[in-house]
Design a binder for this molecule. Structure first.
Ligand SMILES: [Zn+2]
Length: 117
């Protein structure tokens, strides 16, 4: 093998020598590739997420709390419109449920009247 394409690259995390295609691209690095192989990168990311899960969700919660006031205000201002929207949604949902139920009857062969719907 004399082609440079199959050049092996040592992963700085697991120390394994792998083909360059097992490494993710990274702008700004000497050869445009990550120092760690994709597999290690994935493991590191998973670890990072696990470690920071609480911080991440705390951040999300904070953002939620920040927006909650706005939402409450919006709800208050548009109470009638939202109520109407919900009512419409519910009646639509009921219709959907009914037709699904009718479909089931037909499938089960229990509804001789199914055709009359
Ligand atoms: Zn690796």
């Amino acid at each position: 093998m004399e082609s440079n394409d199959g050049k092996l690259r040592k992963c700085s995390t697991c120390g394994e020598e792998k083909d360059a295609r097992f490494f993710g691209k990274r702008k700004g690095s000497k050869d445009g590739l990550n120092k760690s192989c994709k597999e290690c990168k994935r493991a590191v990311n998973a670890k990072y997420y696990k470690k920071n899960k609480e911080a991440i969700s705390a951040k999300a919660k904070k953002a939620y709390e920040k927006n909650k006031g706005k939402h409450a205000e919006y709800r208050k201002r548009n109470r009638d419109r939202i109520a109407e929207y919900n009512r419409e949604w519910r009646s639509k949902q009921r219709e959907k449920d009914r037709s699904a139920f009718a479909g089931n009857c037909e499938k089960a062969g229990a509804g001789a009247n199914a055709k009359n719907y």
